[in-house]
Write a protein that binds this ligand. Sequence first.
Ligand code: CO
Ligand code: CO
Length: 342
Amino acid sequence: MEIKLTHFSHGSGCGCKVAPAVLEEILKDSGETFFSKNLLVGNETKDDAAVYDMGNGTALISTVDFFTPIVNNPFDYGRIAAANALSDVYAMGGKPFMAIAILGLPVEKIPTEVARQIIAGARAICNQAQVVLAGGHTIDAPEPFFGLSVNGNVEIRNLRKNSTAREGDLLYLTKAIGTGILSTALKRDLIKEDDIREAVEQMSTLNKFGEEAGKPDFVHAMTDVTGFGLLGHLIEMCEGAGLSAEIEYAKVPLMTSVKELAGKFIYADNTMRNWKSYEPKVRGISGESLLTLCDPQTNGGLLIAVAEQDKNAFRALATNNGLTPQCIGRMMGRKAIIVEIS
Ligand code: CO
Ligand code: CO
């Protein structure tokens, strides 16, 4: 019997995140947190990971990320979930060094060989990233889920938050948009082999560039684009800095079949939920850009705010790391509208 992992999952990848509004509701009255002056980044700015000052010029970065199956191949699912979890450390300018696995599986319905493949995929990515996969915890659960808790470190001066962009900064994106649309098409068996390959390739590609991008002063802010889509993570970047942004839609890179699939109204469930929470903050959206800019990404690209005068140095750094990030817009002074799309 062929096991189709995605048929066990209600959401896909980072698309199974709870809505921002629900998350706020959950956290609102959950009590006072023990205060430590060593906590450099906590929950307030919706950043990618927590950061704790170790007192010697370096900080510990700690994060956890897991989700239900986004592809049917268990090895690929493990690779994608692992690369996605490591991404939040990279997005803060850090270097991940140790990970612990979190696995849930309906043990009656899914053979242990599948679990073994998931772990093998995660291990392959951790090896590639030179991260020790040092343990884990597995439970019997009705819906499969997998991910990692990750520790990383960073020299504090290289720490990059999502909230520190400056007016006039250029915005760069390191990966194309569309993994939510593609994985929805996959779940409904409406996808070509080539598109699956492209999606798996992109979702399992490490955002290791973040570790390098945190070093130069001209990188002012950074985050990775995941469940809230490009628009959601950009709004967080704007609100954190008290700024607005403008995006030129034609410059936003899209994965190969995304326009075609969006034209057939294939989109992830959470796209509309995302849009509902952003609508009053955005101007200039169209049918297609709504479906793509609100598309929940799994291990999406890094969104990086760069001082305009240093754009050539930034390009050179990216080229040295094998990337050609697309400049999609810029940060502006605060306006009534947070993101203007043209
Ligand atoms: Co993130
Ligand atoms: Co995350």
